[in-house]
Ligand binder design. Structure first.
Ligand code: UDP
Length: 239
């Protein structure tokens, strides 16, 4: 299998918000289970699948810093939030029928493996879904940057950015009814048009590494597998 794939090794970015469904905070288990099933289906295409999980459903460092809580500490708390989500997603993936392994950029050896490139590649080659926690492991970064960084160092063919909208638009489609969706864009066009595909640090790294970013809606069941086949509704940002 795998001959019909547009991308053979992918890095899927799942934001914390995607895991909360319509809840105001934390994890909505049916939503976590649905995303896990999509990831298992994505792996069943024959592609190797790594996942970077966000933490915004629990805590964002930039938002809670201030009033005696410094930014670095707040970001440490944010990284812990991503680890909580990663553990939940790992168990949901296993329940959906695929082996999974959480690797955290912040070592916490009694809880999960620490991230290192070689073990991550080994798990991928053994057809495990690799769940990457802790973002880059450093404060002042985001899990979007972590996603692009890991995609580049693990030799992924694309970053699959699973969001709540089905691509990149000329304006925010929730606010502007005339907003138009792009099918394809180059990194340079996205930058020139100031389209916020990802935060600036993440996007700069993707451009430098010439990594395609596929933006699609996670609310569509089977969307990850479709994106891996090069099908489905999405915006492809590629050189
Ligand atoms: N974070 C960090 N360094 C990283 C990745 C994440 O400090 O490399 C912290 C940061 O505080 C961030 C929080 O973890 O706000 C949650 O990550 P993010 O906001 O990227 O989650 P998402 O928006 O994808 O849910």
């Amino acid at each position: 299998s795998g001959d019909d794939l547009a991308y053979r090794r992918v890095l899927v970015k799942v934001s914390g918000e995607a895991l909360m469904g319509d809840e105001p905070f934390g994890l909505h288990w049916p939503t976590v289970a649905a995303i896990a099933r999509d990831l298992v289906e994505a792996r069943a295409t024959g592609a190797q699948v790594a996942v970077v999980v966000g933490g915004g459903n629990i805590l964002r460092g930039a938002r809670v810093a201030g009033d005696g809580l410094d930014r670095a500490t707040a970001d440490h708390m944010g990284m812990l939030a991503t680890a909580m989500n990663a553990l939940a997603l790992e168990k949901a993936i296993e329940a959906a029928g695929s082996p999974a392994r959480t690797l955290c950029a912040v070592p916490m050896p009694t809880i999960c493996e620490s991230y290192a490139r070689q073990p991550a590649l080994k798990h991928l080659s053994r057809e495990r879904i690799v769940v990457l926690a802790g973002g880059t492991g450093n404060p002042y970064f985001t899990t979007d940057t972590g996603a692009v960084l890991r995609a580049a160092e693990l030799g992924c063919d694309a970053v699959m950015k699973a969001t709540n909208v089905d691509g990149v638009y000329t304006a925010d489609p929730k606010k502007d009814p005339n907003a138009k969706r792009y099918d394809r864009l180059t990194h340079d066009e996205a930058l020139a048009k100031d389209l916020k595909v990802m935060d600036a640090a993440a996007f700069a790294l993707a451009r430098e590494a010439r990594l395609p970013i596929i933006v699609f809606s996670i609310r569509e069941p089977g969307a990850i597998a479709s994106a891996i086949r090069g099908e489905g509704r999405a915006t492809v940002v590629a050189p």
